[in-house]
Design a protein around this ligand. Sequence first.
Ligand code: ATP
Ligand code: MG
Length: 502
Amino acid sequence: MSEYTPQSISEYLKHRLDTHRVETISYRYGTVIKTGDGVCRISGLPQCKYGELLRFENDVYGMVLDLEEDRLGAVILDSSNSVKEGDTVVGTGKVAEVPVGEELLGRVVDPIGRSLDGKPLFSKQFLPCERKAPSIIDRRPVDTPLQTGILSIDSMIPIGLGQRELIIGDRQTGKTSIAIDTILNQKNSDVICVYCAIGQKASTISGVIETLKKNGAMDYSVVVAATASDSPAMQYLAPFAATSIAEWFTEKGKNVLVVYDDLSKHAVAYRTMSLLLLRPPGREAYPGDVFYLHSRLLERSACLSEKLGGGSLTALPIIETMGGNISAYIPTNVISITDGQIFLEDELFHSGIRPAINTGLSVSRVGRAAQSGAMKAVSGTLRIELSKFREMAVFARFGSDVDASTAKMLKKGQILTELFKQPKSSPYSVFKEVVLLLCYKSDIFYDMDIKDIKSYSSQLLKYVYEDSSAVASKIDSTGVMSESDKQQIISSIMEFKEKHNE
Ligand code: ATP
Ligand code: MG
Protein backbone atom coordinates (compact mmCIF):
# COMPACT_ATOMS: atom_id res chain seq x y z
CA MET A 1 0.00 0.00 0.00
CA SER A 2 3.07 2.12 -0.13
CA GLU A 3 2.15 3.84 -3.42
CA TYR A 4 -0.70 5.78 -1.75
CA THR A 5 1.43 8.50 -0.23
CA PRO A 6 -0.28 11.70 0.89
CA GLN A 7 1.51 13.42 -1.93
CA SER A 8 0.24 11.07 -4.65
CA ILE A 9 -3.30 11.30 -3.31
CA SER A 10 -3.23 15.08 -3.31
CA GLU A 11 -1.79 15.06 -6.83
CA TYR A 12 -4.52 12.71 -7.95
CA LEU A 13 -7.20 14.92 -6.41
CA LYS A 14 -5.67 18.00 -7.98
CA HIS A 15 -5.70 16.30 -11.37
CA ARG A 16 -9.36 15.31 -10.95
CA LEU A 17 -10.27 18.84 -9.96
CA ASP A 18 -8.39 20.29 -12.94
CA THR A 19 -10.03 18.00 -15.46
CA HIS A 20 -13.51 18.18 -13.97
CA ARG A 21 -15.87 20.27 -16.07
CA VAL A 22 -19.01 21.67 -14.60
CA GLU A 23 -21.60 21.68 -17.40
CA THR A 24 -23.66 24.79 -17.09
CA ILE A 25 -27.23 24.13 -18.15
CA SER A 26 -28.93 27.35 -19.04
CA TYR A 27 -32.63 27.58 -19.60
CA ARG A 28 -34.10 30.53 -21.35
CA TYR A 29 -37.45 31.51 -19.96
CA GLY A 30 -40.12 33.78 -21.33
CA THR A 31 -43.68 34.62 -20.38
CA VAL A 32 -46.90 34.35 -22.37
CA ILE A 33 -48.41 37.83 -22.51
CA LYS A 34 -51.36 37.17 -24.77
CA THR A 35 -52.94 34.01 -26.15
CA GLY A 36 -55.99 32.98 -28.13
CA ASP A 37 -57.05 30.96 -31.22
CA GLY A 38 -53.91 28.85 -31.20
CA VAL A 39 -51.36 31.69 -31.32
CA CYS A 40 -49.62 33.56 -28.54
CA ARG A 41 -47.33 36.53 -27.93
CA ILE A 42 -44.35 35.99 -25.67
CA SER A 43 -42.02 38.40 -23.97
CA GLY A 44 -38.46 37.43 -23.10
CA LEU A 45 -36.48 34.79 -25.05
CA PRO A 46 -34.51 37.30 -27.15
CA GLN A 47 -32.19 34.63 -28.62
CA CYS A 48 -34.97 32.54 -30.18
CA LYS A 49 -34.62 31.52 -33.85
CA TYR A 50 -37.33 31.52 -36.50
CA GLY A 51 -39.04 28.13 -36.44
CA GLU A 52 -37.64 27.20 -33.00
CA LEU A 53 -39.75 24.89 -30.85
CA LEU A 54 -40.96 26.28 -27.52
CA ARG A 55 -42.07 24.24 -24.53
CA PHE A 56 -44.98 25.58 -22.51
CA GLU A 57 -46.15 24.24 -19.17
CA ASN A 58 -47.80 20.77 -19.24
CA ASP A 59 -45.44 19.71 -22.06
CA VAL A 60 -47.35 21.61 -24.71
CA TYR A 61 -45.21 22.62 -27.70
CA GLY A 62 -45.29 25.68 -29.89
CA MET A 63 -43.28 27.09 -32.78
CA VAL A 64 -41.87 30.60 -33.22
CA LEU A 65 -43.10 32.24 -36.42
CA ASP A 66 -42.76 35.96 -35.69
CA LEU A 67 -39.62 37.67 -34.44
CA GLU A 68 -40.24 41.20 -33.20
CA GLU A 69 -37.90 43.53 -31.36
CA ASP A 70 -39.25 42.95 -27.89
CA ARG A 71 -41.51 39.96 -28.26
CA LEU A 72 -42.24 36.78 -30.21
CA GLY A 73 -45.28 35.42 -32.00
CA ALA A 74 -45.73 31.66 -31.81
CA VAL A 75 -48.28 29.07 -32.85
CA ILE A 76 -49.34 26.34 -30.46
CA LEU A 77 -49.03 22.81 -31.79
CA ASP A 78 -51.49 21.14 -29.40
CA SER A 79 -55.02 22.22 -28.58
CA SER A 80 -55.18 25.98 -28.35
CA ASN A 81 -56.72 26.30 -24.87
CA SER A 82 -53.85 24.46 -23.17
CA VAL A 83 -51.80 27.68 -22.79
CA LYS A 84 -52.75 30.54 -20.45
CA GLU A 85 -51.51 34.08 -20.09
CA GLY A 86 -48.68 34.31 -17.58
CA ASP A 87 -47.43 30.77 -18.32
CA THR A 88 -43.68 30.30 -18.53
CA VAL A 89 -42.13 29.26 -21.83
CA VAL A 90 -38.78 27.59 -22.43
CA GLY A 91 -36.86 27.87 -25.67
CA THR A 92 -35.67 24.39 -26.70
CA GLY A 93 -33.00 25.61 -29.10
CA LYS A 94 -34.24 23.07 -31.68
CA VAL A 95 -36.35 23.51 -34.79
CA ALA A 96 -39.27 21.15 -35.49
CA GLU A 97 -37.93 17.67 -36.16
CA VAL A 98 -39.41 14.41 -37.33
CA PRO A 99 -38.14 10.85 -36.73
CA VAL A 100 -36.86 9.15 -39.89
CA GLY A 101 -35.56 5.74 -40.86
CA GLU A 102 -36.62 2.23 -41.89
CA GLU A 103 -38.73 1.91 -38.70
CA LEU A 104 -41.29 4.28 -40.17
CA LEU A 105 -42.30 1.90 -42.96
CA GLY A 106 -45.84 0.67 -42.33
CA ARG A 107 -46.49 3.34 -39.69
CA VAL A 108 -48.92 6.22 -39.26
CA VAL A 109 -47.39 9.29 -37.59
CA ASP A 110 -48.28 12.91 -36.97
CA PRO A 111 -46.10 15.78 -38.26
CA ILE A 112 -43.85 15.80 -35.21
CA GLY A 113 -43.41 12.06 -35.27
CA ARG A 114 -45.84 10.88 -32.60
CA SER A 115 -47.28 7.49 -33.47
CA LEU A 116 -50.97 7.51 -34.41
CA ASP A 117 -51.44 3.77 -34.87
CA GLY A 118 -51.37 2.79 -31.23
CA LYS A 119 -47.92 1.16 -31.37
CA PRO A 120 -44.79 2.77 -29.88
CA LEU A 121 -42.28 4.22 -32.31
CA PHE A 122 -38.60 3.88 -31.46
CA SER A 123 -36.59 5.97 -33.85
CA LYS A 124 -32.98 6.91 -33.32
CA GLN A 125 -32.61 9.39 -36.12
CA PHE A 126 -34.27 12.76 -36.62
CA LEU A 127 -34.27 15.32 -39.40
CA PRO A 128 -35.57 18.90 -39.30
CA CYS A 129 -38.90 19.38 -41.07
CA GLU A 130 -37.58 22.34 -43.06
CA ARG A 131 -34.55 21.43 -45.17
CA LYS A 132 -32.83 22.97 -48.14
CA ALA A 133 -33.69 21.64 -51.59
CA PRO A 134 -30.87 19.92 -53.54
CA SER A 135 -28.84 22.36 -55.64
CA ILE A 136 -28.63 22.34 -59.42
CA ILE A 137 -25.46 20.28 -59.64
CA ASP A 138 -26.87 17.74 -57.19
CA ARG A 139 -29.54 16.83 -59.73
CA ARG A 140 -29.77 14.85 -62.94
CA PRO A 141 -32.50 14.92 -65.59
CA VAL A 142 -35.64 12.82 -65.17
CA ASP A 143 -35.12 9.63 -67.20
CA THR A 144 -36.94 6.70 -65.58
CA PRO A 145 -40.71 6.19 -65.70
CA LEU A 146 -42.91 5.97 -62.63
CA GLN A 147 -45.72 3.63 -63.66
CA THR A 148 -49.07 4.71 -62.23
CA GLY A 149 -50.87 1.64 -63.59
CA ILE A 150 -53.54 3.96 -65.00
CA LEU A 151 -53.62 3.49 -68.78
CA SER A 152 -54.56 7.04 -69.75
CA ILE A 153 -51.85 8.58 -67.56
CA ASP A 154 -49.03 6.19 -68.48
CA SER A 155 -49.74 6.54 -72.19
CA MET A 156 -50.54 10.24 -72.53
CA ILE A 157 -49.34 12.09 -69.42
CA PRO A 158 -46.34 9.96 -68.38
CA ILE A 159 -44.69 10.69 -65.04
CA GLY A 160 -40.97 10.24 -64.43
CA LEU A 161 -39.13 9.53 -61.19
CA GLY A 162 -38.21 12.88 -59.64
CA GLN A 163 -41.03 14.75 -61.36
CA ARG A 164 -43.69 16.89 -59.67
CA GLU A 165 -47.09 16.20 -61.21
CA LEU A 166 -50.10 18.04 -59.86
CA ILE A 167 -53.47 16.30 -59.56
CA ILE A 168 -56.11 18.99 -59.75
CA GLY A 169 -59.91 18.92 -59.83
CA ASP A 170 -63.15 19.73 -58.04
CA ARG A 171 -64.23 17.88 -54.93
CA GLN A 172 -65.17 14.21 -55.37
CA THR A 173 -63.66 13.77 -58.81
CA GLY A 174 -61.28 10.94 -57.94
CA LYS A 175 -58.12 12.89 -57.05
CA THR A 176 -57.20 10.79 -54.03
CA SER A 177 -58.03 7.59 -55.94
CA ILE A 178 -55.45 8.36 -58.65
CA ALA A 179 -52.75 8.97 -56.02
CA ILE A 180 -53.66 5.83 -54.06
CA ASP A 181 -53.77 3.69 -57.23
CA THR A 182 -50.26 4.94 -58.03
CA ILE A 183 -49.10 3.86 -54.55
CA LEU A 184 -50.73 0.44 -54.99
CA ASN A 185 -48.99 0.01 -58.35
CA GLN A 186 -45.56 0.36 -56.69
CA LYS A 187 -46.01 -3.06 -55.08
CA ASN A 188 -43.57 -4.84 -57.35
CA SER A 189 -41.26 -1.90 -57.94
CA ASP A 190 -38.74 -0.66 -55.39
CA VAL A 191 -40.46 2.70 -54.87
CA ILE A 192 -41.20 3.72 -51.26
CA CYS A 193 -44.37 5.77 -50.77
CA VAL A 194 -45.26 8.50 -48.28
CA TYR A 195 -48.89 9.60 -48.11
CA CYS A 196 -49.37 12.94 -46.37
CA ALA A 197 -52.95 13.80 -45.37
CA ILE A 198 -53.52 17.48 -44.58
CA GLY A 199 -56.72 18.78 -43.00
CA GLN A 200 -58.86 15.80 -43.99
CA LYS A 201 -61.50 14.06 -41.93
CA ALA A 202 -60.09 11.32 -39.71
CA SER A 203 -62.60 8.87 -41.22
CA THR A 204 -61.35 9.58 -44.77
CA ILE A 205 -57.74 9.02 -43.69
CA SER A 206 -58.63 5.75 -41.99
CA GLY A 207 -60.37 4.68 -45.21
CA VAL A 208 -57.17 5.34 -47.16
CA ILE A 209 -55.06 3.42 -44.62
CA GLU A 210 -57.53 0.53 -44.85
CA THR A 211 -57.19 0.44 -48.66
CA LEU A 212 -53.40 0.49 -48.38
CA LYS A 213 -53.43 -2.33 -45.82
CA LYS A 214 -55.90 -4.46 -47.77
CA ASN A 215 -53.71 -4.30 -50.86
CA GLY A 216 -50.46 -4.98 -49.01
CA ALA A 217 -49.14 -1.48 -49.72
CA MET A 218 -48.49 -0.49 -46.10
CA ASP A 219 -45.28 -2.59 -46.13
CA TYR A 220 -43.55 0.01 -48.27
CA SER A 221 -45.52 3.10 -47.20
CA VAL A 222 -45.56 5.72 -44.47
CA VAL A 223 -48.65 7.81 -43.64
CA VAL A 224 -48.20 11.29 -42.16
CA ALA A 225 -51.50 12.70 -40.99
CA ALA A 226 -52.72 16.04 -39.66
CA THR A 227 -56.51 15.84 -39.50
CA ALA A 228 -59.03 18.67 -39.77
CA SER A 229 -59.23 18.78 -35.98
CA ASP A 230 -55.47 19.29 -35.56
CA SER A 231 -54.16 22.81 -35.11
CA PRO A 232 -53.33 24.85 -38.24
CA ALA A 233 -49.67 24.70 -37.18
CA MET A 234 -49.72 20.90 -37.34
CA GLN A 235 -51.36 21.00 -40.77
CA TYR A 236 -48.74 23.52 -41.88
CA LEU A 237 -45.90 21.24 -40.76
CA ALA A 238 -47.32 18.01 -42.21
CA PRO A 239 -46.03 18.16 -45.83
CA PHE A 240 -42.60 19.36 -44.70
CA ALA A 241 -42.35 16.49 -42.22
CA ALA A 242 -43.49 13.99 -44.87
CA THR A 243 -40.81 15.29 -47.25
CA SER A 244 -38.10 14.91 -44.60
CA ILE A 245 -39.20 11.30 -43.99
CA ALA A 246 -39.02 10.72 -47.76
CA GLU A 247 -35.65 12.47 -48.12
CA TRP A 248 -34.03 10.08 -45.68
CA PHE A 249 -34.79 7.24 -48.10
CA THR A 250 -33.85 9.32 -51.15
CA GLU A 251 -30.46 10.07 -49.66
CA LYS A 252 -29.93 6.33 -49.23
CA GLY A 253 -30.32 6.00 -53.02
CA LYS A 254 -33.96 4.86 -53.01
CA ASN A 255 -36.81 6.05 -55.20
CA VAL A 256 -39.59 7.66 -53.19
CA LEU A 257 -43.08 8.90 -54.06
CA VAL A 258 -44.78 11.51 -51.85
CA VAL A 259 -48.48 12.38 -52.13
CA TYR A 260 -49.60 15.68 -50.58
CA ASP A 261 -53.37 15.40 -50.11
CA ASP A 262 -54.10 18.28 -50.38
CA LEU A 263 -52.18 21.54 -50.72
CA SER A 264 -55.35 23.69 -50.89
CA LYS A 265 -56.08 22.80 -47.29
CA HIS A 266 -52.40 23.38 -46.50
CA ALA A 267 -52.64 26.92 -47.92
CA VAL A 268 -55.81 27.51 -45.90
CA ALA A 269 -54.10 26.37 -42.69
CA TYR A 270 -51.19 28.69 -43.45
CA ARG A 271 -53.62 31.56 -44.13
CA THR A 272 -55.34 30.95 -40.79
CA MET A 273 -52.02 30.99 -38.99
CA SER A 274 -50.82 34.14 -40.76
CA LEU A 275 -54.02 36.07 -40.17
CA LEU A 276 -54.00 35.15 -36.48
CA LEU A 277 -50.39 36.35 -36.29
CA LEU A 278 -51.66 39.64 -37.76
CA ARG A 279 -49.62 39.39 -40.97
CA PRO A 280 -51.04 41.55 -43.76
CA PRO A 281 -53.46 39.64 -46.05
CA GLY A 282 -52.95 39.70 -49.83
CA ARG A 283 -54.93 38.20 -52.71
CA GLU A 284 -57.84 35.99 -51.49
CA ALA A 285 -56.58 36.91 -47.98
CA TYR A 286 -53.56 34.60 -48.36
CA PRO A 287 -50.32 36.05 -47.02
CA GLY A 288 -47.73 37.31 -49.51
CA ASP A 289 -45.39 34.34 -49.03
CA VAL A 290 -47.87 31.57 -49.87
CA PHE A 291 -46.10 31.01 -53.22
CA TYR A 292 -42.79 30.56 -51.42
CA LEU A 293 -44.50 28.17 -49.01
CA HIS A 294 -45.28 25.73 -51.82
CA SER A 295 -42.27 26.42 -54.02
CA ARG A 296 -39.79 25.59 -51.26
CA LEU A 297 -41.75 22.43 -50.47
CA LEU A 298 -41.95 21.18 -54.06
CA GLU A 299 -38.37 22.16 -54.93
CA ARG A 300 -37.31 19.40 -52.58
CA SER A 301 -38.48 16.79 -55.11
CA ALA A 302 -35.51 15.85 -57.22
CA CYS A 303 -33.66 13.22 -59.16
CA LEU A 304 -30.31 13.12 -57.34
CA SER A 305 -27.04 12.78 -59.25
CA GLU A 306 -25.15 9.48 -59.25
CA LYS A 307 -22.58 11.01 -56.91
CA LEU A 308 -25.27 11.46 -54.28
CA GLY A 309 -26.56 7.92 -54.68
CA GLY A 310 -28.95 8.47 -57.59
CA GLY A 311 -32.14 8.39 -55.50
CA SER A 312 -35.25 10.30 -56.45
CA LEU A 313 -38.19 12.02 -54.83
CA THR A 314 -41.34 12.20 -56.94
CA ALA A 315 -44.18 14.42 -55.76
CA LEU A 316 -47.88 14.16 -56.49
CA PRO A 317 -49.42 17.26 -54.91
CA ILE A 318 -53.22 17.48 -54.99
CA ILE A 319 -55.20 20.71 -55.34
CA GLU A 320 -58.95 21.07 -55.02
CA THR A 321 -60.61 23.63 -57.31
CA MET A 322 -64.00 25.30 -57.00
CA GLY A 323 -66.28 24.93 -60.00
CA GLY A 324 -63.41 23.77 -62.22
CA ASN A 325 -61.68 27.14 -61.88
CA ILE A 326 -57.98 26.50 -62.36
CA SER A 327 -57.14 30.18 -62.52
CA ALA A 328 -57.74 30.88 -58.83
CA TYR A 329 -54.75 31.96 -56.76
CA ILE A 330 -53.48 28.71 -55.22
CA PRO A 331 -54.14 26.51 -58.33
CA THR A 332 -52.18 28.88 -60.62
CA ASN A 333 -49.35 29.07 -58.11
CA VAL A 334 -48.97 25.31 -57.84
CA ILE A 335 -49.47 24.76 -61.60
CA SER A 336 -46.54 27.09 -62.24
CA ILE A 337 -44.34 25.31 -59.70
CA THR A 338 -44.99 21.74 -60.88
CA ASP A 339 -43.85 19.94 -64.05
CA GLY A 340 -47.36 19.28 -65.30
CA GLN A 341 -50.88 18.57 -64.16
CA ILE A 342 -53.59 15.94 -64.37
CA PHE A 343 -56.85 17.82 -64.59
CA LEU A 344 -59.96 15.95 -63.44
CA GLU A 345 -63.35 17.14 -64.55
CA ASP A 346 -66.63 16.90 -62.71
CA GLU A 347 -68.64 16.57 -65.93
CA LEU A 348 -66.57 13.64 -67.21
CA PHE A 349 -66.73 11.97 -63.79
CA HIS A 350 -70.53 12.12 -63.74
CA SER A 351 -70.86 10.97 -67.33
CA GLY A 352 -69.13 7.77 -66.26
CA ILE A 353 -65.66 8.42 -67.69
CA ARG A 354 -63.51 7.46 -64.70
CA PRO A 355 -60.71 8.39 -64.08
CA ALA A 356 -62.20 11.70 -65.27
CA ILE A 357 -59.04 13.05 -66.91
CA ASN A 358 -59.42 16.02 -69.24
CA THR A 359 -56.66 15.20 -71.70
CA GLY A 360 -56.73 18.64 -73.30
CA LEU A 361 -55.83 20.47 -70.12
CA SER A 362 -53.51 17.80 -68.71
CA VAL A 363 -49.81 17.83 -69.51
CA SER A 364 -46.57 16.31 -68.37
CA ARG A 365 -43.65 18.59 -69.14
CA VAL A 366 -40.77 16.20 -68.53
CA GLY A 367 -42.32 12.74 -68.44
CA ARG A 368 -42.15 12.00 -72.20
CA ALA A 369 -38.38 11.69 -71.91
CA ALA A 370 -38.85 9.11 -69.18
CA GLN A 371 -41.48 6.97 -70.91
CA SER A 372 -40.45 3.35 -71.47
CA GLY A 373 -39.60 2.25 -75.02
CA ALA A 374 -42.51 -0.18 -75.26
CA MET A 375 -45.01 2.49 -74.21
CA LYS A 376 -43.52 5.13 -76.52
CA ALA A 377 -43.92 2.75 -79.46
CA VAL A 378 -47.66 2.34 -78.97
CA SER A 379 -48.78 5.68 -77.52
CA GLY A 380 -47.32 8.28 -79.93
CA THR A 381 -50.44 9.77 -81.51
CA LEU A 382 -53.08 9.03 -78.87
CA ARG A 383 -53.40 12.59 -77.57
CA ILE A 384 -53.98 14.04 -81.03
CA GLU A 385 -56.49 11.32 -81.93
CA LEU A 386 -58.40 11.86 -78.71
CA SER A 387 -58.51 15.62 -79.03
CA LYS A 388 -59.70 15.34 -82.66
CA PHE A 389 -62.37 12.93 -81.49
CA ARG A 390 -63.58 15.31 -78.76
CA GLU A 391 -63.77 18.10 -81.33
CA MET A 392 -65.71 15.97 -83.84
CA ALA A 393 -67.99 14.49 -81.20
CA VAL A 394 -69.46 17.94 -80.56
CA PHE A 395 -70.55 18.22 -84.21
CA ALA A 396 -71.73 14.64 -84.41
CA ARG A 397 -74.11 15.37 -81.55
CA PHE A 398 -76.24 17.46 -83.90
CA GLY A 399 -77.02 14.33 -85.87
CA SER A 400 -75.54 15.62 -89.11
CA ASP A 401 -74.41 13.05 -91.66
CA VAL A 402 -70.72 12.38 -91.46
CA ASP A 403 -68.39 10.98 -94.09
CA ALA A 404 -66.72 7.59 -93.75
CA SER A 405 -63.38 8.84 -92.42
CA THR A 406 -65.04 10.98 -89.75
CA ALA A 407 -67.28 8.06 -88.77
CA LYS A 408 -64.16 5.93 -88.33
CA MET A 409 -62.50 8.56 -86.23
CA LEU A 410 -65.58 8.84 -84.04
CA LYS A 411 -65.77 5.09 -83.53
CA LYS A 412 -62.06 4.87 -82.70
CA GLY A 413 -62.45 7.75 -80.26
CA GLN A 414 -65.29 5.96 -78.52
CA ILE A 415 -63.22 2.79 -78.29
CA LEU A 416 -60.27 4.68 -76.80
CA THR A 417 -62.51 6.44 -74.28
CA GLU A 418 -63.91 3.07 -73.28
CA LEU A 419 -60.44 1.54 -72.91
CA PHE A 420 -59.34 4.44 -70.70
CA LYS A 421 -62.17 3.79 -68.24
CA GLN A 422 -60.62 1.98 -65.32
CA PRO A 423 -62.13 1.10 -61.93
CA LYS A 424 -60.13 2.19 -58.93
CA SER A 425 -57.59 -0.10 -57.18
CA SER A 426 -57.00 -2.09 -60.36
CA PRO A 427 -53.77 -0.88 -61.92
CA TYR A 428 -52.48 -2.41 -65.16
CA SER A 429 -48.93 -3.68 -65.61
CA VAL A 430 -46.83 -2.17 -68.43
CA PHE A 431 -47.39 -5.28 -70.55
CA LYS A 432 -51.17 -5.09 -70.22
CA GLU A 433 -51.14 -1.41 -71.12
CA VAL A 434 -49.04 -2.14 -74.20
CA VAL A 435 -51.34 -4.99 -75.28
CA LEU A 436 -54.48 -2.85 -74.94
CA LEU A 437 -52.96 -0.05 -77.00
CA LEU A 438 -51.68 -2.51 -79.63
CA CYS A 439 -55.21 -3.88 -79.93
CA TYR A 440 -56.52 -0.37 -80.34
CA LYS A 441 -53.94 0.43 -83.00
CA SER A 442 -54.67 -2.73 -84.98
CA ASP A 443 -58.45 -2.12 -84.79
CA ILE A 444 -59.25 -5.32 -82.93
CA PHE A 445 -62.27 -3.75 -81.23
CA TYR A 446 -63.44 -1.87 -84.29
CA ASP A 447 -66.39 -4.12 -85.21
CA MET A 448 -67.62 -4.53 -81.66
CA ASP A 449 -70.35 -2.88 -79.65
CA ILE A 450 -68.82 -0.33 -77.28
CA LYS A 451 -70.48 -1.93 -74.26
CA ASP A 452 -68.86 -5.33 -74.98
CA ILE A 453 -65.31 -3.97 -75.11
CA LYS A 454 -64.57 -4.08 -71.36
CA SER A 455 -65.36 -7.77 -70.83
CA TYR A 456 -63.80 -8.77 -74.17
CA SER A 457 -60.58 -6.90 -73.41
CA SER A 458 -60.22 -8.42 -69.96
CA GLN A 459 -60.56 -11.94 -71.41
CA LEU A 460 -58.09 -11.01 -74.13
CA LEU A 461 -55.58 -9.67 -71.63
CA LYS A 462 -55.77 -12.86 -69.62
CA TYR A 463 -55.24 -15.03 -72.70
CA VAL A 464 -52.37 -12.98 -74.14
CA TYR A 465 -50.67 -12.79 -70.75
CA GLU A 466 -50.62 -16.58 -70.48
CA ASP A 467 -49.80 -17.16 -74.15
CA SER A 468 -46.85 -14.73 -74.23
CA SER A 469 -45.72 -15.02 -70.64
CA ALA A 470 -41.99 -14.74 -71.47
CA VAL A 471 -42.52 -11.51 -73.39
CA ALA A 472 -44.82 -10.26 -70.63
CA SER A 473 -42.25 -10.65 -67.90
CA LYS A 474 -39.58 -9.11 -70.11
CA ILE A 475 -41.65 -6.02 -70.89
CA ASP A 476 -42.82 -5.67 -67.27
CA SER A 477 -39.26 -5.75 -65.95
CA THR A 478 -37.37 -3.83 -68.64
CA GLY A 479 -40.01 -1.76 -70.44
CA VAL A 480 -38.41 -2.67 -73.77
CA MET A 481 -40.31 -4.26 -76.67
CA SER A 482 -38.41 -5.56 -79.70
CA GLU A 483 -40.01 -6.07 -83.10
CA SER A 484 -40.21 -9.85 -82.55
CA ASP A 485 -41.90 -9.30 -79.15
CA LYS A 486 -44.44 -7.12 -80.88
CA GLN A 487 -45.11 -9.78 -83.54
CA GLN A 488 -45.46 -12.40 -80.81
CA ILE A 489 -48.06 -10.27 -78.98
CA ILE A 490 -49.98 -9.54 -82.16
CA SER A 491 -50.08 -13.25 -83.07
CA SER A 492 -51.42 -14.05 -79.55
CA ILE A 493 -54.07 -11.38 -79.98
CA MET A 494 -55.09 -12.83 -83.37
CA GLU A 495 -55.20 -16.33 -81.92
CA PHE A 496 -57.53 -15.13 -79.19
CA LYS A 497 -59.72 -13.37 -81.72
CA GLU A 498 -60.06 -16.53 -83.83
CA LYS A 499 -60.84 -18.70 -80.80
CA HIS A 500 -63.38 -16.19 -79.55
CA ASN A 501 -65.16 -16.03 -82.90
CA GLU A 502 -65.48 -19.79 -83.21
P1 ATP B 1 -62.40 14.70 -52.12
O1 ATP B 1 -62.60 16.00 -52.79
O2 ATP B 1 -63.49 14.37 -51.18
O3 ATP B 1 -61.04 14.52 -51.54
P2 ATP B 1 -61.49 13.13 -54.30
O4 ATP B 1 -61.45 14.07 -55.46
O5 ATP B 1 -60.21 12.83 -53.63
O6 ATP B 1 -62.57 13.61 -53.27
P3 ATP B 1 -61.99 10.35 -54.33
O7 ATP B 1 -62.22 10.31 -52.88
O8 ATP B 1 -60.75 9.75 -54.86
O9 ATP B 1 -62.16 11.83 -54.86
O10 ATP B 1 -63.18 9.66 -55.12
C1 ATP B 1 -64.51 10.09 -55.02
C2 ATP B 1 -65.45 8.95 -55.28
O11 ATP B 1 -65.31 8.48 -56.61
C3 ATP B 1 -65.19 7.76 -54.38
O12 ATP B 1 -66.40 7.27 -53.92
C4 ATP B 1 -64.53 6.75 -55.28
O13 ATP B 1 -64.88 5.45 -54.94
C5 ATP B 1 -65.06 7.11 -56.64
N1 ATP B 1 -64.07 6.82 -57.69
C6 ATP B 1 -62.86 7.39 -57.81
N2 ATP B 1 -62.19 6.91 -58.87
C7 ATP B 1 -63.00 6.01 -59.45
C8 ATP B 1 -62.88 5.15 -60.61
N3 ATP B 1 -61.80 5.15 -61.38
N4 ATP B 1 -63.92 4.36 -60.90
C9 ATP B 1 -65.02 4.36 -60.12
N5 ATP B 1 -65.20 5.13 -59.04
C10 ATP B 1 -64.21 5.95 -58.69
MG1 MG C 1 -59.49 13.29 -51.71
